[in-house]
Design a protein. Structure first.
Length: 94
């Protein structure tokens, strides 16, 4: 089952800029990870913000297959993100 990571980010957000390269690296490294990144003013982002009641940026939505496993709004270090994603999906990133 594929893990899909959807990052909602804002312009001029330093934490957002820090996490984007990590997600790009994982997309290239892990066969079972899909990554989508949307700036908060894009229509796709606005729809997700409304649907999931998001209030912070960056926010990382973590989907296990088509089902939302949870969201990460803090811990945007590589280790923190890996731990959060693995906890939400119940599987190792590989």
């Amino acid at each position: 089952m594929t893990t899909t990571l959807v990052l909602i980010w804002k312009l001029n957000c330093s934490k957002c800029e820090q996490v984007k390269p990590l997600l790009t690296k994982w997309f290239e490294k892990y066969d079972n990870v899909m990554v989508h990144m949307h700036e908060s003013k894009e229509p796709e982002a606005k729809a997700l913000i409304k649907e999931f009641g998001l209030t912070l940026a960056p926010t990382l939505l973590v989907f296990n297959g088509a089902k939302l496993a949870g969201k990460i709004e803090y811990g945007f270090t590589e280790k923190g993100l890996v731990n959060g994603i693995e906890k939400l999906t119940g599987k190792k990133l590989e």
